[in-house]
Design a protein around this ligand. Structure first.
Ligand SMILES: [Zn+2]
Length: 51
């Protein structure tokens, strides 16, 4: 299951939603981080690889 849709975070209730508005207020864009603290080493592994 992949979620390629835009994800927003409601500023009112703090929940994630796929709607631009939630709780009657515009939701803030909440792009999930593309990397995790544990994955930062993968960056160096890519540099060491064939890229
Ligand atoms: Zn809400």
């Amino acid at each position: 299951m992949s979620v390629k849709s835009h994800i927003f975070k409601c500023r009112v209730c703090g929940r994630y939603t796929m709607q631009e508005a939630h709780c009657g207020a515009p939701a803030a864009s909440a792009h999930p981080p593309k990397y995790s603290p544990q994955d930062r080493y993968a960056k160096y592994r890519r540099l060491a690889g064939r890229g």
